[in-house]
Every structure is written in C-alpha cells, then in structure tokens.
Design a protein around this ligand. Structure first.
Ligand code: SF4
Ligand code: SF4
Length: 491
C-alpha cells in the first residue's frame, strides 16, 4: 500500500460560484490508477464526490479527466503523489463530470444507401485508426479552435472522414465538414497528442478532408492565392525586403573555429522573404559553434502551406526540387530553423537521402560555446510543429537558459497555423489575444520562439520583443565579445 495526497477540483452548481480545490490523503495499492484514488476518496473521505466511469479498462472513454493539466483516462493513468485532478476543459456539471451529451449526440451516424457496397481492404485499413475512437472528448477539451471559432471539433472531423471513406455511407461528408468549420483547425496537433487512442486527427482526418474539399472547389480564396504564388515563384509569401538569398554572397560558410560538422541549411519561405535577418543570425550562430553551412540556392517552399490546406497538386515537384538541391551536394544533415518546414521535411516527405534536424536539436546535440548571460527574463512559446510535430521542447530551453532566465507559460497554439491566419483572421486574432494574456501573466520582458509564423503573429499581439532562439544566442555572443574587447582593447 502507499499513501497519496492529491488535490481534486470540486464544484456543486447549487452551492458554488466557481470550482475550488480540496486536498485528500488516501491509501491505495502499489500501481493504483487515478480511478482507484477517486474510488478511495469517494468510499472513505467524501461520498459526494462526483466522477464518471464505466469499463475501468480504457475502452469506454467515460472517465477522462485532467491530471496536472493533461487530459488522461483516469482508469489508465498511474496515480502519483501530489497530482491535481480536474475535469476536462468542457462545461462542468459537477466536480469531475462534464457535459458530453451535446457533442456526442451531434456526431453523425453512418447513413447507408440502398445499394450497400462493402469497403475494399485498402479503405478498411484507412478507416481502422479513425474507428478506434472511444468518445472520451479529450481531443475536444484541448482544441483551441473550438474555443474561438464555429468548429464542430476534432472528433467530429474524425467521424466525417471515417464516413467519407466508407462506401456504404450515402451523405456528402466533405461538404458537411466544410460547413462544420473544417478550415478553422490550426493544425496544432493538440488533439492527437491528447487522444488516448493516439488517433492522428490532423493528418488522417482534417488534412484528408481538406484535400477532398479542395477537389470539390471549397478551398478558401486566400489559400488558393498562396498555391498560385508557390507555383509562380517557388515561395509561399512575397518579399518585403531583400531576401536572405539576395543578402548572402556565398553558398558555403566556413565555421569560425575547427569544423565539427557540415550541414545543409533549409531556410523556408518566411525566413527567406520576411525575416531574413533571423536566418542570417542563425548562420552566424552555427559558424561560431563550428558548423560549416551549405545553402543551396535552388531550394524552394517545403510544401507545408499546401499540405495543411489540402492542395497537393504541386507537392511532388517541390519535394523533388528540395531533395535534389541538398542531395546533389552530398549533404548528410539538413538543418532548419522553421518549425513548420522541419515537421514537413521530417514527416511529409516520402524519404530523404539526408537526416533533417531542427536547429535547436543540432546546437544542443553538438554543444554550444557559452554566451554571455543577459540580465533579462524571457518566456518561451512552443511552436506547435516543433513541440508536437517534432517532439522538440527541452533543447531550446537548455539553449535559452544559458543566456537568460526563463519563465514558463502553458504550451498552447498562438493561432497562426493551418492556414487560419490568412483564412480566418478573426480566429487567429482571438487566439493571439489569448496568447498575449498568458505572456503578460509570466512577467517576462521578451518572448522567444522558434517558428517564423509564431514570431510574426505573436508580435502583432504583444508590445514585448519577440525573437528566435538563435537571435538571442547571438546577442549573448555579441555581449561576450563586447566585454572581452573592453577588458582587452587590443584583442
Ligand atoms: S489540430 Fe488543433 S485546432 Fe485542429 S482539431 Fe486538433 S486540436 Fe483542434
Ligand atoms: S478522437 Fe481520441 S480523444 Fe477524441 S474522443 Fe475519440 S478517443 Fe477521445
């Protein structure tokens, strides 16, 4: 047996104005789950505690709660001392019980036609992951788009794709999904990471539905413009100043000290055409840390804006051009500083003759020269396509903590991804405002991130400086050089 002390959110709508926490200490068996703790509180401490469960074996989804802020199934999650147990982020009926009925009843059932065609094996395989949903609504509870847009939510999109694939179903599910807000999803992937059945809703349902919607002519005008721009220029955005490529005079940059490695640098459209100085900062930081940087000028858009919006026509051409650009130079490692490009190169390219690394991963792996510490407090915004898309979260924090004091805020979407900033600016702004409030709560003096879309969007919602990790590292190096020159003016 072991003794655990836990905090549980309590709320009685007839008595309480808002939820409050109660602390309980209970005895449970070794290996007990969160559900065992709730049973123990209910049986031994307070029989009025309301929570929901049924199968107690991860099959029914009814016991979903948040533990330390993360949605889990109470019956599957190991109980730990000091944990905080709250209801899902959905309308609370009482204590840990949320109102799931409106969302569950709005999920569309299969509507078979008169002629019932059985799905071929290939379709059955595509359907399988979408069918394993246990309707726990953990995905909906973390979806940023649901909170600010007219969006039926991730599990509704999963169900629409499931039905769209099923030849027995007679309804036009693509049109239905568009009406339910298909294009308001920011591609943040929070739903996928929260799902106890690991259903990849953004990639397996939403992007697939968007591709079907594109074929039916539902693409948003702004998204079509982006595709046209890529077709015409190879880039997804127009230039607002001399581009990165116009500002560099060579294609190969030697390191300032003994070479540890040679990498190809994938710049990305935003860092090339809108934020070229940040990309130049990255080259400086790489060279200072012994990395030889090769920058093929033939590289083009990675294709991410097209994949996320369902416009796949140009994708193969972009993939081929990018792979050739680095492969013909014999590059073994391609580094990128854009979260979206990195996730796309790693996951959406069929196979590449090189390894792809985010710049934070690379610098953390090789180790960096210590920069001067700057007397500043910074907060780090996790880009969705770096945190969830590539699993990179500790690396930028380790780098940043060498330069500034870091204060944390919750890792939520800023609203700039998935084509939402161009397609639904009101939604993007509402999410940007939520981000501003979280940033303000930290008391930080600057915001650091590692994605140009986040950098651009957050700048519109805060007066604080917003920078990429590499720009802050470079500031630390410049300060170090300045102090060294002061101490030793002839150096
Ligand atoms: S990817 Fe993000 S915005 Fe899209 S459905 Fe999932 S949680 Fe919602
Ligand atoms: S998709 Fe996953 S998280 Fe969403 S309701 Fe189904 S099982 Fe739960």
């Amino acid at each position: 047996m072991k003794t655990l002390t836990v905090k549980v959110s309590r709320f009685d709508p007839e008595r309480d104005e808002k939820p409050r926490f109660e602390t309980y200490t209970v005895e449970v068996n070794e290996g007990a789950r969160v559900l065992n703790v709730l049973h123990a509180i209910h049986d031994e401490e307070d029989p009025t505690l309301a929570y929901r469960y049924c199968c107690a074996s991860g099959q029914c989804g009814s016991c979903a709660v948040r533990v330390n802020g993360v949605p889990v199934l109470a019956c599957m999650e190991e109980a730990r001392d000091g944990m905080t147990i709250e209801p899902l982020n959905l309308p609370v009926q009482r204590d840990l019980v949320v109102d799931i009925s409106p969302l569950i009843t709005s999920l569309h059932p299969l509507e078979p036609g008169e002629e019932c065609r059985m799905p071929p094996a290939e379709t059955v395989n595509a359907l399988k992951p979408l069918r394993s949903c246990i309707e726990c609504l953990a995905c909906v509870s973390v979806c940023p788009a649901v909170e600010v847009a007219k969006f039926a939510g991730p599990t509704a999109m999963r169900q629409e794709m499931r039905l769209a694939l099923d030849p027995r179903d007679m309804r036009d599910r693509t049109t239905q999904a568009v009406e339910e807000g298909l294009f308001t999803c920011t591609s943040c992937q929070a739903c996928w990471k929260a799902c106890p059945k690991e259903i990849e809703i953004p990639g397996k349902a939403i992007e697939k539905l968007r591709a079907l919607a594109h074929k039916k002519g539902f693409s948003l005008p702004r998204h079509l413009e982006v595709a046209k721009m890529i077709e015409k220029t190879g880039r997804s955005v127009s230039r607002t100043e001399p581009t990165f490529f116009e500002r560099i005079e060579a294609d190969v940059f030697e390191p300032y000290c003994e070479a540890k490695a040679t990498v190809g640098f994938f710049i990305g459209c935003m860092y090339s055409h809108r934020l070229p100085q940040t990309a130049l900062d990255a080259v400086e930081v790489l060279r200072r840390n012994g990395i030889r940087v090769v920058i093929p000028r033939e590289q083009v858009c990675c294709g991410s804006p097209l994949i996320r919006t369902g416009q796949l026509g140009l994708l193969e051409m972009l993939q081929r051009r990018n792979i050739e650009a680095f492969a013909t130079r014999g590059i073994g490692t391609v580094v990128t500083m854009c979260a979206g490009c990195g996730a796309t190169l790693k996951k959406d390219y069929p196979s590449t003759p090189f390894v792809v690394k985010d710049i934070n991963e690379l610098l953390d792996e090789y180790g960096i020269e210590a920069p001067e510490r700057l007397p500043m407090v910074a907060t780090y915004h996790d880009p969705c396509h770096l945190l969830r898309g590539q699993g990179v979260s500790e690396e930028p924090r380790r780098l940043l903590s060498k330069v500034v004091r870091l204060v944390e805020m919750p890792a939520v979407c800023c609203g700039s991804g998935g084509g939402v900033k161009s397609g639904f600016p009101d939604e993007a702004n509402a999410l940007g405002e939520k981000r501003r409030k979280e940033i303000e709560k930290t008391g930080a003096e600057l915001v650091i991130t590692s994605c140009p879309f986040c950098e651009f969007h957050i700048r519109e919602h805060t007066d604080l400086p917003v920078k990429h990790v590499v720009s802050l590292l470079l500031e630390g190096y410049r300060e170090k050089d300045r102090k060294r020159n002061e101490t030793c003016p002839s150096a």
